[in-house]
Design a binder for this molecule. Structure first.
Ligand code: PBE
Length: 575
């Protein structure tokens, strides 16, 4: 059938673009509220030494769910602290509490409304189905555009993903209230609100709480996803472990998430009928909890007043002391962390996320002429699309120009000699790579952009394929990370191999898996090893198990990048 594609994606794009601009004020208002609430919770939770909060939580779990679970809580939280994940745990708890809070605040009223009106229920139900089945990742994309990268888009995406059970169970709980009771309350002449607050809601509470419990568990299940756009916490630790193939760290952070899940689950499940209610009333516990929060807040305020006011107009204050980073496993992130240490920028944080999220953030700030600092590298199309500059690096932490090497698995030369020759002869210039990158950045499909470059540069590709035996449909699996540079190079070399008779697949992976894949032979080749310093660790770990075919490009650069309109020139100016 020859029907042209319905531009559904384009429509959604334009719609999101429109919302981003039209509601910019509203979004920054929400961002500030959510960010403020989150920071407040994090600060309250970390007001004393960890052991204090650990004891409080253990006592709370004991109260709701008996002493054996209280002891479990005590020991397991001490374990988390001992393993070094306490700060992350607090971040994660705060994220879950904030999404939980908004879930309750918005979910219960909607649930009540559904219970009262069949029409509302008919409209809301399919929306909830949609929200729950749409892969949660998808919400992250517009969330970044609306709320920037960091914890806020993560919380918003978790909220959308997690709210459904609260709405559904509130609705269900109210509808399940026996008819006779409703009739009785009507007979006594109670008003609609009396009926709701004195009869329906109290009877529906167990069901509603079950819904909230589920919502909180769903929000917790989103923490790893949320870390892709820069949400800190245990999720980010897991993501970092995946991208660096750090099995031990992955297990430790994962275990911490399991522990937090058990604790939150038991508290929310039993809060309505605490195990030791006969000893201490719920009211007393609530008052103690409230008192603790008030005291911590007071301590906080007092501590704040005693710290010297920082220079509120400085570059740090304007950018929230944040450097916008990329994938946690990237070599550039390690260099940037070293730079923060070396230049003693102790109050700065390097936000982890992804290259795409970094570029989105840069674009947004650039359009509004706002200050922003990102981790950048060249060749990169962003230098031709925006006026940018590298910050001087007097201590040379980011190192000088590097090469990008091609690395293949052992045995490729024997199995596919032609492909090996082509990969070996693959060499181009930063300006070549930039041509491809610019096209891709302008929306051209990477495979098409690669094809176009090959067509316009036959002399260059002829050198790569010179003397290479044609393939016979052998499959070649190229691995790459979704960095703009590697998307361009991998697509180009992939197309050249394909045109030379090979059956090429491109697999997008994280950094660690890219190296490990070629080393263990599950992938055939990669063309994105930045050397000698960016990927040195990965290179050294696996160097005995793969074959390095040398550079395919020379003259790259890494560093901290800012828009030209910013009034700083050196990393030292960040102090
Ligand atoms: N980069 C681009 C990568 C290598 C390619 C600089 C973002 C990194 O930092 O690992």
């Amino acid at each position: 059938m020859n029907m042209s594609k319905i531009p559904l994606g384009n429509w959604v794009d334009s719609f999101v673009d429109w919302i981003t601009v039209a509601f910019a004020g509203l979004f920054s208002f929400f961002t500030n509220i959510i960010d403020g609430l989150l920071n407040f919770i994090v600060e309250v939770l970390s007001v004393g030494p960890p052991i204090l909060l650990i004891i409080v939580l253990a006592l709370l779990v004991t109260y709701t769910s008996r002493w054996p679970l209280g002891i479990f809580t005590l020991l397991s939280l001490l374990l988390i602290d001992n393993l070094g994940y306490w700060e992350s745990t607090i971040q994660t708890l705060a994220i879950v509490l904030v999404s939980g809070f908004f879930t309750i605040l918005i979910g219960i009223p909607i649930g009540i409304w559904c219970a009262q009106s069949k029409t509302v229920q008919k409209i809301v139900t399919p929306i909830l189905d949609f929200m729950q089945t749409m892969p949660a990742f998808v919400y992250l994309i517009p969330s970044i555009l609306f709320f920037g990268i960091g914890v806020v888009p993560g919380i918003v995406a978790s909220f959308i993903f997690a709210i459904a059970p609260t709405i559904r169970m509130t609705n269900l709980g109210i509808q399940e209230v026996p008819r006779e009771l409703i009739e009785a309350s009507d007979a006594f002449g109670s008003t609609a609100s009396q009926k709701l607050f004195k009869v329906q809601l109290p009877l529906a509470t167990p069901t509603i709480l079950a819904g909230i419990n589920q919502s909180i568990m769903l929000a917790l299940s989103m923490v790893v996803t949320a870390s892709l756009v820069g949400a800190p916490g245990l999720g980010a630790d897991v993501y970092r472990a995946v991208s660096q193939i750090n099995v031990g760290q992955g297990f430790e952070a994962g275990l911490s998430i399991v522990i937090i899940a058990i604790i939150l689950d038991r508290i929310t499940q039993n809060i309505r009928k605490p195990a030791y209610e006969h000893l201490i009333s719920r009211k007393t516990i609530l008052s103690i909890a409230a008192a603790l929060i008030v005291v911590s807040t007071l301590v906080l305020v007092f501590a704040k007043e005693n710290t010297v006011k920082e220079n509120a107009t400085g570059i740090g204050a304007q950018t929230d002391y944040e450097v916008i980073g990329i994938e946690p496993g990237a070599g550039l992130m390690k260099l940037a962390n070293n730079a923060l240490k070396n230049y003693e920028l102790t109050n700065w944080t390097l936000v982890e996320g992804s290259s795409a999220a970094m570029v989105a953030e840069l674009k947004k700030a650039y359009e509004n002429k706002e200050p922003i600092i990102v981790t950048g590298w060249s060749p990169h199309w962003m230098f031709s699309s925006f006026d940018l500059k590298y910050l001087d690096d007097p201590n040379n932490i980011f190192g000088g120009a590097e090469d990008i090497n091609t690395i293949v698995r052992k045995g490729l030369k024997e199995d596919a000699p032609g492909a090996n020759t082509i990969l070996d002869q693959f060499f181009w210039k930063p300006s070549d790579m930039e041509d491809v990158m610019v096209d891709i950045a302008n929306g051209v499909d990477p495979a098409k952009a690669a094809e176009k470059w090959i067509q316009t540069n036959p002399d260059k590709t002829a050198k790569w394929t010179k003397g290479a035996q044609a393939g016979n449909g052998e499959s070649i699996n190229l691995v790459y990370v979704a960095w703009d540079t590697e998307i361009a190079s991998t697509n180009v070399i992939g197309k050249v191999l394909e045109q030379h008779g090979y059956n090429v697949t491109l697999s997008q992976v994280e950094v660690g898996p890219m190296f490990a894949g070629v080393a263990n032979g599950s992938a055939d080749a990669m063309v994105g090893a930045w050397l000698p310093s960016t990927h040195l660790d990965y290179y050294n770990t696996y160097k005995n198990d793969f074959i390095d075919l040398g550079p395919n490009l020379t003259g790259t650069k890494n560093g901290l990048v800012v828009p030209e309109y910013m009034d700083i020139d050196s990393i030292e100016d960040l102090k």
